[in-house]
Design a protein around this ligand. Structure first.
Ligand code: SAH
Length: 328
């Protein structure tokens, strides 16, 4: 689709049902009915950045900060593998304590467990990304958040969008399966800029795209802003599926925060991936990027059982392979 078509569909709600059905059909034809589960470990909530929307931004003194030891990270990963996960996702704030050597040690430890490994630890240099890759990391998630240059600057004090783009192209060049995505409903965001976001996913040839509604956090400068619209986020996701038919698209946790059935609706509107939390119960509430995060009172075993039941209730199955792009 070209930009005008994307804008027309995003601004017109009368064809939503068609859009979601079409995205579901294209998902079924290209990536099948299997859902890939990724076990998410939130291993540090310490962050040097000041992203205006994020509850973990460094100026927020109300967060009780934590970081897992290497040993705990590996134990958490092992538990996830025992629960049947074939991919581990390591996510954190930008925490310089985990330097290249520490990360490489953790990566090698996890890769011994015979799983695919995704990193989501922010902006690093080409050489750092290369070292992680050589140590065994398979995939990397780095949302562009928004391709609107002005909005990007307003949302990310001290950061620049050129560097974020460069990071994404470096990841691609290094052979990572590269995931990106955007927030929907940031204050000042336009429909046109969401259309540009989708065009960017295509231009990058992203292997994975995660779309989530913006949810305002009390302890950030955006506390008074309105939350993103669930249905608009779902439309951006569905359009992403239609335009990038064979990629992996998660039903994001933020969608479920805004709609109690959000992940199932997403799985029926183009998504084929879910990322259940496998972090220990004692840390979950502290990794509060936005309020109302689901599953903060559940342990990894409960999360696994719960999502499995939901997925099976809509006639889908859980994949037993690593879930690389194009791996049916
Ligand atoms: N530090 C890593 C991981 C960020 S957390 C990085 O920079 O990539 C993962 C995602 O949470 C972010 O990319 C962002 O899109 C999302 N997020 C952060 N704050 C949010 C909020 N208030 N509402 C919804 N999603 C949010």
């Amino acid at each position: 689709m070209d930009k005008q078509e994307l804008i027309d569909i995003l601004s017109d709600n009368s064809k939503n049902e068609w859009l979601f059905r079409e995205a579901d059909r294209i998902r079924h034809e290209n990536v099948g009915d299997e859902v890939h589960l990724r076990g998410l470990i939130e291993f540090s909530n310490i962050c040097k950045r000041r992203c205006k929307y994020c509850g973990l931004r460094s100026p927020n003194k109300k967060v009780e900060r934590y970081r897992l030891s290497t040993e705990d990270i590996l134990l958490t990963a092992k538990n996830a593998v025992n629960l049947g996960y074939r991919t581990i996702v390591l996510q954190s704030g930008e925490d310089d304590y985990f330097d290249t050597d520490k990360m490489c040690e953790i990566i090698k430890g996890i890769k011994k467990l015979d799983v695919a490994l995704t990193l989501s630890i922010g902006e690093k240099t080409y050489d750092e990304y290369k070292a992680f890759k050589v140590s065994g990391a398979d995939r990397y998630l780095l949302r562009i958040e928004t391709t609107d240059k002005e909005l990007y600057s307003a949302m990310h004090p001290g950061a620049n969008i050129e560097n974020r783009f460069e990071c994404l192209y470096n990841l691609k060049k290094l052979g990572y399966e590269t995931g990106t995505g955007c927030l929907v409903g940031l204050p000042g965001q336009t429909i046109e800029s969401l259309a540009n976001d989708i065009l960017f996913f295509k231009e990058l040839d992203a292997d994975m795209v995660g779309i989530g509604p913006f949810i305002p956090h009390e302890d950030t400068p955006l506390k008074g802003a309105s939350k993103g619209d669930f249905w608009l986020a779902l439309k951006v996701m569905a359009l992403t599926r239609i335009n990038l038919p064979d990629i992996n698209i998660p039903a994001t946790t933020a969608m479920e925060t805004l709609n109690p059935n959000g992940r199932i609706i997403a799985l029926q509107s183009g998504a084929n991936v879910v990322m259940p939390n496998v972090t220990g119960l004692e840390y979950r509430a502290k990794y509060e990027i936005y309020p109302g995060k689901i599953c903060i009172n559940e342990n990894p075993e409960q999360c696994r059982g719960c999502i499995e039941n939901k997925i099976m209730s809509i006639g889908r199955t859980i994949s037993e392979n690593y879930g690389f792009r194009n791996q049916l």
